[in-house]
Design a protein. Sequence first.
Length: 95
Amino acid sequence: MEAIDPPEQPAVLSLPDPLTIADVPLLCERLRGLYGAGARVVVCDLGAVSRADLAVVEAVARLRLTARRAGGRVVLRNAGAGVVALLDLVGLDSS
């Protein structure tokens, strides 16, 4: 019988709580590092984010821009209802 490798799991980037606008450049750098290591899809875990505010909007917008520039894709996961509503309101839906 032949061994079958499990499907590759996507890389995960977790946003901190509290999330501040000052955190965004470091998050983008980490994301670039994941793409540089070969990731094509990165899961952005928003589960720890407790406040839906401008820092979340800035982080998601900049992470998506960084992903696009790297030829990759970011998928959001575990966003709370307030974060989902805010991202939908500003056109950055949580999918």
